[in-house]
Ligand binder design. Sequence first.
Ligand code: FAD
Length: 390
Amino acid sequence: MQHVDIAIVGGGIVGLTLAAALKGSELSVAVVDKASCYQALDDKPTARVSAINQANIKALQQFEVWTHLQQDRANPYTDMHVWDKDSFGDICFSCDEMGSDALGVIVENQALVNALSKAVEAQPNVELITAGIDRVLAGPNQTMLMLDNDEVLSCRLLVGADGANSFVRKQAGLPITFKDYEHTAIVANIKTLEPHNNVARQAFTPTGPLALLPMSEPNVCSIVWSQTPEQANSLMALDDAAFCNALTAASNSVLGTIALETKRTAFPLTMRYARQWAKDGVVLVGDAAHTIHPLAGQGANLGMQDALALAETLNDLKASGKDIGLYKHLRRYERSRKTEAMKMIAAMDGFKFLFDGDDPLKKLVRGIGLSATDKLSTIKTAFVSHAMGL
Ligand SMILES: Cc1cc2nc3c(=O)[nH]c(=O)nc-3n(C[C@H](O)[C@H](O)[C@H](O)COP(=O)(O)OP(=O)(O)OC[C@H]3O[C@@H](n4cnc5c(N)ncnc54)[C@H](O)[C@@H]3O)c2cc1C
């Protein structure tokens, strides 16, 4: 039986960010994932990407993750263009207004996981374990994980970083609230006639938002097209040519005609929110604690901030000789990150409500709101700062 201070279940973006942020810590860490974290990338970009904000890029640079990132699989975007398809609302943001080189980076999720796992592998205090978990036995001073490779891992603190359907959350009996967003996101990579010029674009249509995220190749974008489930089913049923025509129309032909580069995948979207994020011996981070609508591209960013906050709390506890497994010591982390997640969930609800449908009053509010924000530099700067995580 092996013992570590912290067992992180889930080696996705968030679990590995936590391990990376514990670089140089006196705490011993194991990251357990049922699949190998590192997966060699195909030549062609994958469609699962995230827009990572500047605050998290800075942290990844600080923990020497960035040097491991395959640079041709991450593309800095310099501008953002958001418009309402149904009104005169239109707004553009540029990194120049913020005195920065980029607003953020569009990175393939697997490329980021690969970079994180390379960085973490080099840390003497971290071990990566590829195994599923058969059983969890929680005791007063330690938790034992029965792994499906017949090994046993014991830890003082079990971290659930195992995504939306978290096994750890369920085992610990931490309750969640959830709500169907009544949207399904269609994800794919596309090739466009016109170059994207490193602009991230988002069109709000009456049936849901469409994001065109610029990838490293000048004419390739990743799309996240959130639609009502009925509309998404119809779009998924179309052949490639008809789908591309619908996409070209939805995007106002902003990048000209479109061809598919990958197959389409549909993700039903659910808001989830753990009402309790920790108890003695267990704590949650990332999608295990919250899932939000991808319309603002903030889910992974929020989770990475959870990871950074938790690492800081755990290092502080260790430095002051306190027990990292006691709920009363984890309350500070829980309180602060729950508040941030709640704010983000409320913001996504507000956006979704305001941009849903073709109610004339809402259209007027959207038109005036977007155009006025575009002209009011202080509000605009505050808005971009927030999106950049600064
Ligand atoms: C369509 C779409 C677009 C998005 N776009 C963005 C964006 O632009 N920007 C952004 O910030 N966010 C975005 N998000 C959100 C983002 O993808 C997630 O918030 C993020 O990937 C969550 O990371 P995680 O590490 O918490 O969970 P996951 O990525 O789900 O990782 C969980 C890990 O746990 C492992 N695991 C699960 N169960 C077990 C088990 N029992 N035992 C062992 N291992 C286990 C899994 O193998 C996996 O590796 C988007 C989401 C969607 C659906």
